[in-house]
Design a protein around this ligand. Structure first.
Ligand code: IPT
Length: 968
């Protein structure tokens, strides 16, 4: 036997052994609506580029606004949403689960489906996601066993969660006419791996009835769970090429990853290439530069270069993390991050469009409509400039070839000119062909150029402009292409018969006809240029629209429920298009008076915009134009500086005679926590059932004269602060872990009871990214010692959120309240009777110590059909440090640290905020320094749109008199 043949048969045998021993568990079930091959996912037999965006319902606690987000997803071309399900958001106590109101997963999944958005379901059990405990419930922090491994204690816990959440996931799968198409197992489980745990999760999902293909997001292309035990149906990975330092928003890596394609063909060549999380923005820590910087770091140029690089590598499943970041409200953020989770995402926290959203729309629409992209293999391709890298992708079922061009050095800001040497069924030649013209690639730009492509009745030889999309307008083919303003473009189609001519030629457009090919040359304009061609043989007329980038970004291609695509230019947002007889009904939002242009069947003679008739005129290019109104009405924003505020001091716990009878004794002598305390009893709040927000500890002792100092060591996360009192006297406040306070005899009461009061204003728990139980890091004190004395015993009590795991407010849920006196007493709730409180002004003028609460109410009455997302701004330039909590109608929507920032503007989602009625606001101020004065608190709109946003109802939530319990 020749040597080569022998090798082939050995490898054949090896691969058969591999298959038999289950090395690769991935198998397509052809009876299921979701199938796949090496090229792409097929849904009901139809190939789709999975253009997905990450969305977290728990970061938008106003279910009617989910409609708005999914409708915006659709408008931008996302066909899928990837959604984490957050265990700790639903479970205050082991065995207790809540899926109602803002936690209503049926409504969530049905809303996605209503807008034609498929779902990649990610129920963990571990999710990371910059949420407290990486998604685990507070009660899991006291588990003895290690999490994210196979062991009975943890297994009982996570199975309980999956049993509960699967009740909502299973009936919402695509084979049950629901929206879920893929189901992720665990999350980035690459460290301390236990394959039996992965497999157990997959088995549990199957037992509960999950039938959709399973997926896994490796933190990098690391070959974890692509093969062998615990492997999933469609393996994929995550990529965050510019990482998370938004302080240097211009710093890019030198090179985008170029090894994905090879890795994929080695590791999971029978599955589509999937990138389950790719950078859509970045999170920002306490004290960070703020989300405007993150939006700059991950801007539309980033989207052009890095997303197109993914496509060049062969990805046909791509999820952008985040598409809408939202708000980590209440106590949901992990310790390192603050309330806003805007993420610099394409849709901002206030649900507004950004330049990156428009860029994404250009890419997603192309990938939606240009089908040969879904079945490609790479071919060699050449350009005549060494600075440029080109990837050739050819449709294996046809002749269409894509050339994706980018800079060899990804972060260069050089602009380069070049030609591509085409090698297609249409011949071998360099484009552009016109003398003295080139393709231009700006620094930090990338392009997908399409060649040998049949669209409608036309055959495109090539276009050096990128395609947005094409449609059929009755018998005419319409195609829209774009590039930056001022760049050359060349577009060539073949004639069906005889000569064809281009109309609309002007100073910037020329055309030539040769050898059955019409070549059109142009310079990309500000705005759009229109070129028409006559029919020839079986080729219909064609309208070529050439747009400059800015005007391209304002073209929309909504699809009607009847499957027609309409082209609409101008508006800030086009949400939907429906054609009925001679009427086209468009819905959307405008930010200013807007010129609209529409390309739709000639049969349409009437156009409505948000239900109102638009006078339209037919242009010489066969498009319709008209005018849309902008948001002209004034919107009245109350001035909170003029409001009557009420004030109450709120730290009675510091007084010696404070009644703490109902508090829990902190008397444990042991803890299973991996962070063992330095002294006893254990002063970890989690061990006593308090997992969220501020914590009070009161310690009583009889003083002896040898006591000299008080030593305190807090265990807390970034952003936290703690304060200490003895016998009501303030010792001081710290934002670092450790301090020793001098105690002199004037503070201590000899031979009498003395009381130490400690207040810890905590940020959330850590996550468990590397499987080291970091999420268990306690919140409390690892050491509180009286120095100088060996004999003094302190007896301790602890108080956190009222009820601990038996939460008092099941509607706002386990992450809304902490243990401040005002929170325990319901001062944050609407209609709390504060008449007896002192009047105050905000900004305050009088320094306050300890904890202070401020309350007022205000009314809004926004005009109908307006979207005016609102925030509360804290403005303060003083250096005395404080922490604050912001409550709107009882919902904790902000944690503010005046000395740290960066967040000063806090988003108040409509539905929690009443846009047409009364609102209650409460601010709790926790002085870290001796005396602080609350600065300005103002209502601020993020924008003003005349909008077709779906109607938003108020989230039903209890007022003061309706809350369950008020034990203190
Ligand atoms: C990736 C996590 O999977 C995701 O939950 C989130 O935390 C994201 O990071 C950052 O926002 S982990 C990736 C950085 C390796």
């Amino acid at each position: 036997m020749p040597v080569k043949k022998l090798f082939t048969s050995i490898s054949l045998v090896l691969s058969l052994i591999g298959a038999a021993s289950g090395l690769n568990n991935s198998a397509v079930n052809s009876n299921h609506p979701v199938t796949w091959d090496q090229y792409s996912l097929k849904i009901n037999g139809e190939r789709q580029f999975i253009f997905s965006g990450e969305f977290h319902y728990y970061r938008l606690p106003s279910p009617d606004l989910w409609d708005d987000i999914f409708e915006k997803f659709k408008a931008l071309g996302f066909n899928t949403a990837s959604i984490y399900f957050y265990w700790g958001y639903h479970s205050a106590k082991q065995g207790v689960y809540d899926f109602e109101g803002v936690r209503d997963l049926s409504k969530l999944l049905e809303t996605a489906e209503k807008y034609g958005i498929n779902v990649i379901s990610r129920a963990g059990p571990y999710i990371n996601a910059e949420v407290s405990e990486g998604g685990y419930p507070g009660w899991l922090t006291t588990m003895k066993s290690k999490a994210r491994l196979g062991n009975p204690e943890y297994e009982t816990a996570w199975k309980e969660w999956l049993t509960e959440v699967d009740r909502y996931l299973v009936p919402n799968q695509i084979d049950k006419d629901g929206s879920i198409i893929l189901n992720q197992i665990e999350n980035e489980y690459a460290y301390g791996r236990d394959p039996s745990y992965m497999k157990a999760i997959a088995d549990k999902f199957r037992e509960d009835g999950m039938t959709v293909p399973s997926t896994f997001n490796d933190p990098w292309p690391g070959d974890h769970f692509a093969r062998g035990e615990g492997s999933v149906d469609i393996y994929g990975w995550d990529g965050y090429p510019v990482q998370f330092d938004c302080r240097s928003p211009d710093i890019w890596p030198t090179n985008a990853s170029t090894y994905y394609r090879e890795f994929h063909s080695n590791v999971n060549p029978t599955q589509p290439m999937a990138i389950y999380e790719f950078q859509g923005g970045a999170f920002d820590p306490w004290g960070g530069p703020g989300y405007d910087s993150c939006r700059k770091l991950v801007n539309e140029q980033f989207a052009k270069v890095f997303y197109k690089n993914n496509y060049a590598q062969g990805a046909t499943i791509q999820n952008l993390y985040m598409a809408y970041g939202g708000t980590s409200w209440g106590e949901s953020p992990t310790s390192s991050v603050y309330t806003s989770y805007d993420y610099g995402a394409p849709i901002s926290e206030a649900r507004l469009m950004t330049p990156k959203a428009y860029e994404i729309k250009l890419q997603a629409t192309f990938l939606r409509d240009v089908k040969p992209f879904l079945t490609t293999t790479n071919i060699t391709a050449e350009v005549d400039n060494f600075a440029i890298r080109v990837d050739g992708l050819r449709d294996v079922n046809g002749a269409t070839t894509f050339y994706i061009v980018q800079h060899q050095v990804t972060n260069t800001t050089n602009s380069d000119n070049f030609h591509i040497n085409l090698s297609t069924v249409d011949g071998e030649f360099a484009i552009p062909r016109k003398a003295n013209t080139q393709i231009t690639l700006n620094g930090r730009d990338a392009k997908i150029l399409t060649t040998s492509y049949d669209f409608g009745s036309q055959h495109l030889l090539y276009s050096t402009s990128e395609i947005f999309t094409h449609i059929k307008q009755d018998s005419r083919d319409v195609i829209l292409v774009y590039a930056y303003e001022g760049e050359h473009g060349e577009f060539a189609i073949s004639s069906g018969f005889g000569d064809i001519q281009a109309y609309g030629v002007n100073a910037n457009v020329s055309s030539s006809f040769d050898d059955s090919v019409l070549q059109i040359n142009y310079i990309h304009p500000e705005g759009s240029t229109y070129v028409s061609t006559a029919s020839s043989g079986d080729r219909s007329e064609m309208l070529l629209i050439v747009s400059g980038y800015n005007s391209a970004s304002r073209w929309w291609a909504p699809q009607s429920s009847g499957g027609e695509t309409v082209l609409v230019s101008g508006p800030y947002l086009v949400r939907s298009a429906e054609i009925e007889g001679t009427q086209l009904a468009l819905t959307g939002d405008t930010d200013v008076d807007t010129d609209i242009e529409i390309i739709v069947s000639d049969l349409v003679s009437e156009v409505t915009w948000n239900g109102i008739n638009v006078k339209v005129t037919t242009t010489q290019y066969g498009t319709l134009t008209g005018k849309l109104p902008g948001p002209e009405e004034d919107v009245e924003i109350p001035d909170l500086g003029q409001a009557v505020w009420k004030y109450s001091p709120a730290s009675p716990e510091t007084a010696n005679d404070f009644n703490d009878t109902n508090w829990v004794p902190a008397d444990h002598k042991t803890t299973s926590n991996p962070w063992q305390p330095m002294m006893l009893p254990v002063l970890y709040a989690d061990d006593y059932g308090y997992h969220t927000g501020s914590l009070w500890f009161r310690g009583k002792f009889n003083a002896t004269s040898d006591i000299t100092r008080l030593r305190v060591n807090a265990t807390m996360g970034p952003g936290s602060a703690w304060m200490a009192w003895i016998n009501g006297d303030y010792l001081g406040g710290m934002t670092n872990h450790f301090n020793e306070f001098q105690l002199n005899n004037t503070v201590l009461r000899q031979a009498e009871e003395n009381v130490i009061s400690l207040l810890l204003w905590t940020t959330g728990h850590q996550e468990d990214f590397v499987t080291d139980d970091e999420y268990k890091q306690p919140r409390g004190f690892s050491d509180v010692s009286l120095l100088g004395s060996n004999t003094t015993e302190i007896s301790w009590k602890v108080q956190g959120n009222i009820g601990g795991q038996e939460i008092a407010d099941t509607v706002r849920g386990p992450l809304n309240e902490g243990g401040l006196y005002g929170e325990r007493m319901g001062w944050h709730l609407p209609e709390y009777p504060d008449e007896s409180w002192e009047d105050a002004t905000v900004p305050d003028t009088i320094g306050k110590s300890g904890v202070s609460w401020y309350r007022t109410t205000f009314e809004l009455d926004f005009p109908k059909n307006y979207d005016v997302p609102m925030g509360i701004r804290f403005s303060d330039t003083k250096t005395e440090r404080y922490r604050a909590l912001l409550f709107i109608n009882g919902w904790q929507l902000g944690k503010y640290a005046n000395d740290l920032g960066p967040q000063t503007l806090f988003y108040l989602p409509e539905g929690l905020l009443n846009h047409n009625g009364k609102n209650s606001i409460a601010v709790a101020v926790i002085a870290v320094d001796e005396a602080v004065t609350l600065g300005e608190v103002t209502l601020e709109p993020y924008g003003k749109l005349l909008s077709a946003k779906p109607a938003v109802g108020m989230v039903e939530s209890p007022s003061y008199s309706e809350r369950v319990s008020f034990l203190i």
